[in-house]
Design a protein around this ligand. Structure first.
Ligand SMILES: [Zn+2]
Length: 258
């Protein structure tokens, strides 16, 4: 099923559930509750659970015959963290993808040029990182998030082909909006969850859990990351990967799988 069909199917199921609930509310109140909230739960699953693939295909692995993984770093660029991360990547001969926020790009276009000049990929992570309302943003708002971010990136000399929504949260209109702009949606197979309990070592442990060739690792940079973990977690991830004989590479478009 195409993603646009899935979107309409979810909407129809939801509306039909509401109608059925109204029809049976006096005769069977328990069934009415199930009709009313059941489709909402299904929709919520596809919007908020990162593994759900119904609304947007979000790639979570890549195909490779080598011992390599894809390191992805979200929420930059950051004037303190990004230059230090670039140094670490250079020390390890690693290549990574930076999923950046358009507003930050507009403030620090020089950092974006340095990231690209060092051979890393720069990708789209919305313009304002609208974590709270991205799931319910109307089509025009989703389009503005994408276009404003694209404009900021193009002004810094970058033409991205990949996108990651904030925290992997999807939206009913996202698949069509990405397709119209030639953007592919990228998820992850493991993430550091920097704001959860634990130090840099715990974050590195989570990001490298179940490590296997073709894994997509998600880490963050910038002020949202707790101070002692900033950059340090990425340093430890790179050390773990080195110790286990993994290289960090950016896969080509034909390597991406579900
Ligand atoms: Zn983010």
């Amino acid at each position: 099923m195409t993603h646009s069909r899935c979107v309409w199917l979810l909407i129809i199921i939801n509306l039909a559930g509401k109608l059925a609930a109204i029809l049976v509310v006096w005769s069977a109140p328990a069934a009415a509750l199930a009709f009313w909230f059941g489709p909402d739960a299904l929709l919520a699953y596809h919007l908020f659970v990162p593994q759900a693939q119904g609304l947007v295909r979000m790639h979570r692995r890549f195909a490779t015959s080598r011992r390599e993984v894809w390191l992805t770093i979200d929420d930059g660029p950051d004037p303190e963290d990004t230059p230090r991360i670039l140094e670490l990547l250079a020390e390890h001969g690693a290549h990574a993808t930076f999923f950046v926020i358009g507003q930050n790009v507009a403030l620090h276009p020089g950092i974006i040029r340095a990231v690209a000049a060092a051979g890393h990929e720069v990708a789209h992570h919305t313009h304002t990182h609208p974590l709270a309302f991205f799931w319910c943003a109307p089509p025009a708002r989703v389009g503005r998030e994408l276009d404003a971010g694209l404009e900021a990136l193009r002004a810094a000399g970058v033409h991205p082909t990949r996108f990651r929504p904030p925290a992997g949260i999807k939206n009913l209109w996202l698949a069509a909006a990405l397709r119209a702009r030639g953007l592919t949606c990228v998820g992850w197979s493991a993430r550091g969850l920097e704001r959860r309990r634990g130090d840099a070592e715990a974050v590195a442990g989570r990001a490298t859990r179940g490590l296997a060739p073709g894994a997509i690792l998600l880490l963050h940079e910038g002020p949202r990351v707790p101070g002692p973990i900033r950059v340090e977690a990425i340093r430890r991830v790179l050390e773990r990967l080195h110790d286990q004989g993994y290289q960090c590479a950016v896969p080509g478009p034909d390597q991406l799988v579900a």
